[in-house]
Design a protein around this ligand. Structure first.
Ligand code: SF4
Length: 333
């Protein structure tokens, strides 16, 4: 299937059937922690990147191929920004007419200032926008949005959406060491989140390779501090455990490509997911994929991750060359 994958274990949504409605890394942000590499170029145009009927028909076929208890959520989660697909609302409504399963949308929330996007998302059972910053300066440092995207309008539009929306508004905060984990940064974020009245705030920190090599996840102490400052609504999200549905893949190569195309995976995790094949066969296939340019290895903190070749990661040495100094200690605020 081209647009639908899983169900896969999700940190926040249990077993989630993923729908990816846009081309790889089509996004209007360029987050420093993005696991899909750098966004180049930034794209801020809404359109039908793929025919909506094709996406819906794949999703319906995937739902029919599973027992209801095997899927907790159907989730629009683009390998980029889902709301850039201009038929997102129509697709949500069509799927809701065909299945009882709840539908969620993972989004950066940047297009909620458009009335039509707010209207489209009203149909979803849960909307999960990202708010990493309480100030414009931190927003620009972490999310690196397209220049026309404005922080004050971004926050105002989520508040406006909250006024209308009856479903679950679960806001994700991705904490990055040295960027948004200080007492001041968290106090600013708390003030913004109080305005947005989310049902839950999900505290996360990068566990997969970030596009920028200097990005560091925060420790338990910082997670605890964030939870204290952001209040009862904040929950710490732990890595998901579960299996990627690999039924339907006859060869180990197809299975590897399916797993790494949307999420880089640590070598250890990949070996576990592919346990139905002999380890030697898996290693041989990985080597072949790497040498033929169909997969890449990205190393972060001495951990090896496998990823698709389209993802543009910056390695530490390149970062030093380009900027003339070391970025691996992270930017200072
Ligand atoms: S993390 Fe999401 S919003 Fe940020 S650049 Fe990557 S795809 Fe875009």
């Amino acid at each position: 299937m081209k647009h639908v994958y899983g169900p896969v274990p999700s940190r926040r949504l249990g077993q989630s059937l993923g729908i990816d409605p846009i081309p790889f890394k089509t996004c209007n942000w360029n987050c420093v922690y993005c696991q899909l590499g750098r966004t180049s170029p930034l794209v801020n145009e809404r359109k039908n990147y793929f025919p909506p009927a094709e996406i819906v028909s794949e999703a319906v076929a995937a739902v029919k191929a599973h027992r209801p208890e095997e899927i907790d959520w159907i989730t629009f989660v683009g390998s980029g920004e889902s709301t850039l697909h201009s038929s997102l609302g129509a697709m949500i409504r069509e799927l809701k007419a065909m299945t009882q399963l709840p539908i969620s949308v993972i989004t950066n929330g940047s297009l909620l200032y458009l009335p039509e996007v707010r209207e489209e998302l009203l149909a979803a059972d849960a909307v999960l926008p990202t708010v990493d910053a309480g100030t414009d300066i931190i927003y620009r440092k972490i999310n690196r949005p397209a220049p026309e995207l404005d922080f004050a309008r971004f926050i105002d539009s989520i508040a406006q959406f909250r006024e209308q929306y009856l479903g679950k508004l679960w806001i994700e905060v991705m904490l990055v060491q040295g960027l948004n984990d200080s007492e001041n940064a968290l106090q600013d974020l708390a003030a913004v989140l109080r305005r947005l009245r989310p049902d839950e705030v999900h505290l996360n920190s990068p566990t997969r390779p970030s596009c920028e090599p200097w990005v560091k996840s925060v420790d338990e102490q910082a997670l605890g501090r964030a939870q204290r400052i952001l209040g009862e609504v904040a929950k710490i999200v732990r890595p998901a455990h579960g299996d990627f549905d690999l039924t339907g893949f006859d060869t180990v190569v197809d299975a590897i490509i399916a797993v790494i195309t949307r999420h880089p995976v640590s070598e250890e995790e990949l070996m576990r997911l592919l346990a139905k094949w002999q380890p030697d066969r898996v290693r041989e296939s990985l080597e072949d994929l790497q040498s033929s340019g169909r997969a890449q290895v990205v190393t972060r903190d001495d951990h090896r991750f496998w990823s698709c070749v389209e993802a543009r990661y910056i390695n530490e040495n390149l970062s030093r060359c380009l900027d003339g100094n070391a970025h691996n200690q992270g930017p200072q605020i």
